[in-house]
Unconditional design. Structure first.
Length: 350
């Protein structure tokens, strides 16, 4: 029923009432930049403290760490941020002045997404995101200029192939984040792992879909990336003390049961403490990664659905078309008036 309603033609006023919100585009863009910069600061600080620890180990290790830190900052922070910034988004928050332009922009973006899907499928054997059958239909629709068929097939691709691929990406990233933070046992390394993996997850999902959420939605995603980084740092700090306390308590319990002090019980307690720390970090960080992945996917799906609805909005004619229509009506009225006058003159003569 919902699908039927969305396919119906609606007026721009109805669309605005249901789907648009007042939005300061400049403020959203600035806020997005600030959040992106804040993420960069956290990455830089984390790398700085990791390099300091390497210098404590050995001077050569420290210098090697500097090189790797620069590479990590460039390729695992700057590259994803820049790619996300340069990816286009659908225009769905419109008014009477921008609606027609938004429809044209969205149509062009759909065509670009289709071309990318065709290109990825035909030139890459490894990826396998999109089924060859649906991509074949997209290619035919694109070649024949059948926009209606293109939209229909593209929607099917998003509901099947893209959805499944995105879910797989989210699961894999969540596992990697959980395992990496569980093994590192270091606050700054945990923070670094979370930001790097999550940023690249967002970048990969956006590339998969072919477009990104709007600036305001991206700002919300970046805000949650910051939250995840701070939570990762906090969890790593908190579990360090908790693990030691629990491990020590467990060792004492074993000693009471055995009624003797044994180095083995202390070792077992330490292992239990580390295991608890790792499990807590794994579960918390992997869960937060899943939440951000699903949030990104949800925003993308919503934007796609909105541009579909906007495409079915009945727009009033442009000023030029209105002028032509008025001129045509005026000419028609003038012609009818002249015919009527001519007829009256003929009747008088008779």
């Amino acid at each position: 029923m919902k699908k039927t309603i969305e396919k119906k033609k609606i007026t721009l006023e109805e669309y605005q009432q249901k789907y648009t919100n007042p939005e300061n585009l400049v403020a959203a863009k600035n806020f997005l930049f600030i959040l992106g910069a804040a993420i960069g600061v956290i990455v830089a600080v984390s790398l700085f403290f990791v390099v300091l620890r390497l210098f404590d180990i050995h001077q050569i290790a420290g210098y090697v760490g500097i090189v790797f830190a620069i590479l990590i900052f460039i390729f695992l922070y700057l590259v994803p941020i820049i790619k996300l910034k340069n990816t286009k988004s659908f225009k769905t928050n419109v008014d009477s002045a921008s609606a027609r332009q938004a429809q044209k922009h969205n149509k062009k973006l759909r065509e670009e997404i289709t071309d990318k899907m065709i290109d990825v499928t035909t030139k890459t054997d490894v990826v396998g995101w999109y089924s060859e059958e649906l991509v074949g239909k997209l290619a035919i629709a694109r070649h024949t200029g059948n926009d209606k068929e293109l939209k229909s097939v593209l929607t099917e691709v998003y509901k099947t192939d893209v959805k499944n691929a995105a879910n797989k990406m989210i699961r894999n990233s969540a596992v990697k984040v959980g395992v990496a933070t569980a093994l590192s046992q270091t606050e700054f390394v945990d923070t670094l792992f979370v930001i790097v993996y999550v940023l690249n997850l967002i970048k990969d999902i956006v590339y998969l879909y072919g477009y990104r959420p709007t600036d305001s939605k991206m700002a919300k995603i970046y805000k949650n990336v910051l939250r995840n980084a701070l939570v990762a740092y906090g969890v790593s700090s908190a579990t360090a003390g908790m693990g030691k306390s629990f491990g020590s308590g467990f060792a004492k319990s074993l000693e009471k049961v055995s009624q003797s002090i044994n180095p083995i019980t202390s070792a077992i307690g330490a292992v239990v403490g580390v295991t608890i720390e790792s499990l807590v970090q794994l579960s918390v960080n992997s869960t937060l990664t899943v939440l951000i992945g699903n949030q990104t996917k949800r925003y993308l799906v919503k934007e796609y659905n909105l541009q579909e609805i906007l495409d079915n909005v009945e727009l009033i004619d442009s000023d030029e078309e209105e002028a032509k229509m008025i001129a045509s009506i005026r000419d028609e009225v003038k012609e009818k008036k002249e015919k009527k006058i001519k007829k009256l003159k003929m009747e008088k003569v008779i």
